[in-house]
Write a protein that binds this ligand. Structure first.
Ligand code: IFM
Length: 471
């Protein structure tokens, strides 16, 4: 079956500063630099952000490849700790900013729309050490000052600004699960960070509007549609609670302008009270985002808890439990389920429950280990699995668009293999290979050629028809 991209629908890719740039010319650490320095041995093969893709030095070569794999747009983040010299005054580090000027100009020259994300976990480490990061109202003010410098510098040349990428990941994995540095559990801090990022977004949106900056402003959330094991009321309640914590915290706050009252109360009852002021409530209500970015990799499957959680501290998992559905399709490398229809369901939720706000997929992709074994005689990785992954997800998404979902783009993760937190270069996602064994040589994968075809012809084929009954 043939699928066609609607007119104006953007296809492209995403990347992050800390995952690509490397440390050349950096004067300050960001939060992920700190995560690496704290325990490099915990990163796969000891590889971290030190060199990454060396994008700082090789950006011209890389941007030249972007149109060759059909990118109409590329979303990248600015590393706050590189862009700003003095965080208190938001004085720009001209050398750092010049790098981003060059990246923006180079993309424009190559016909690739640059989209800027202000924070993909690159909080300057000093602001964590000194003030505790986004739990601090002062840090929120500093973030807004930084945002202003970015808007002033790039508005006009850049049409899409994103306040955060996956704002909930660091709070969850660092402070709620304690898996990532600083490796301690502080639920109150986790929720304070989430709330802080909601306030920071609303304040940045306000500033953006008042400054009449050109373009649109939004936030990028990692959302997996949540499915209950069954229709039993207890499973449905588990789903409702999982959504409250994992979906509605940010969605209701940023799209409807209301932090869910039930969540506020639960947190207050569990020693995690949010410090909410009346002024912030008004700012959140009046400054909702204009566009929503969604990163989708796998669905969430839950059931009612079967065992009681032995608590030493508060954790939302006390209300639900992961449901390991038998027979689900898996990406064995990443340990993540593959369920493309979730994109359709997600689109319907945004359409029906979130004002049919304009939105885009800002990440979707498949991480695979050991891809070098799929190379042909020309050394090209034959990643047919990734082509199938993209085609199926895109087909479901387009079905929702046909039915009125206001989705205006599909950006994949990612343009070129890059490091991930702790997993480093274990699982590769790129349309372009980065070959560590040959001075980080770049080579377009088969999926990169497929993406180019799809983007330039504006159509693609899918052998298997979509099955609406698929569970
Ligand atoms: O590498 C990450 C990215 O930083 C955020 N989204 C998920 C990707 C793949 O794990």
């Amino acid at each position: 079956m043939k699928y066609q991209l609607p007119e104006g629908f953007i296809v492209g890719a995403s990347q992050a500063a800390w995952q690509t740039e490397g440390w050349t010319a950096k004067k300050h650490d960001n939060y992920v630099d700190y995560m690496y320095k704290q325990a490099p041995n915990r990163w796969f093969d000891g590889i971290g952000p030190t060199i990454a893709c060396d994008f700082y030095n090789r950006y011209k070569e890389d941007i030249a490849l972007m149109p060759q794999v059909g990118l109409q747009a590329n979303r990248f983040s600015i590393d706050w700790s590189r862009f700003i010299e003095d965080f208190e005054t938001a004085t720009v580090n001209e050398e750092g900013a010049q790098f981003y000027d060059n990246v923006v100009d180079e993309m424009l020259a190559k016909g690739v729309e640059p989209m800027i994300c202000l924070e993909h976990w690159e909080l300057p480490y000093e602001l964590y050490e000194k003030y505790g990061g986004y739990a601090s109202k002062h840090v929120i003010e500093l973030y807004v000052k930084y945002a202003e410098q970015v808007f002033k510098r790039y508005s006009g040349r850049v049409k899409h600004f994103w306040t955060f990428n996956e704002p909930g990941v660091i709070p969850e994995l660092c402070f709620l699960h304690g898996n990532w540095a600083p490796s301690f559990v502080e639920p109150k801090t986790a929720f304070a960070w989430n709330y802080g990022k909601v306030v920071a977004t609303a304040k940045a949106v306000k500033l953006f509007r008042e400054g009449n900056y050109e373009g649109k402003i939004g936030t990028i959330l990692n959302l997996g549609t949540v499915y209950a094991r069954s229709n039993h009321p207890r499973d449905l309640e588990a789903k409702r609670m999982a959504e409250l914590f994992n979906f509605r915290f940010y969605m209701d706050s940023l799209v409807h302008g209301i932090v869910p009252q039930e969540l506020i109360e639960i947190l207050a009852e569990n020693d995690c009270a949010l410090e909410i002021t009346a002024e912030e409530t008004a700012i959140i209500a009046e400054n909702t985002i204009e566009i929503l970015g969604i990163n989708y990799y796998q669905p969430g499957r839950v059931k009612a808890r079967e065992t009681q959680l032995a608590h030493t501290f508060f954790h939302p998992d006390q209300y639900f439990e992961h449901y390991d559905m038998q027979g689900k399709r898996m990406n064995p490398h990443r340990g993540w389920e593959i369920y493309p229809k979730a994109l359709y369901d997600l689109a319907k939720t945004v359409q029906e429950e979130y004002k049919n706000i304009e939105w885009m997929i800002m990440e979707n992709g498949m991480g695979v280990e050991g891809e070098e074994k799929y190379k042909n005689e020309d050394l090209q990785i034959q990643d047919d699995y990734r082509i199938e992954f993209f085609a199926e997800h895109l087909a479901w998404l387009l079905r929702a668009v046909e039915e009125g979902s206001n989705c205006s783009g599909y950006l994949v993760w990612n343009f070129m293999d890059n490091i991930s937190p702790y997993n480093a270069l274990k699982n590769r996602y790129g349309l372009v290979e980065m070959d560590l064994t040959q001075d980080r040589a770049r080579r377009i994968k088969k999926s990169g050629e497929w993406f180019y075809q799809m983007s330039t012809t504006r159509e693609f084929e899918l052998a298997t028809p979509l099955d609406p009954e698929l569970k």
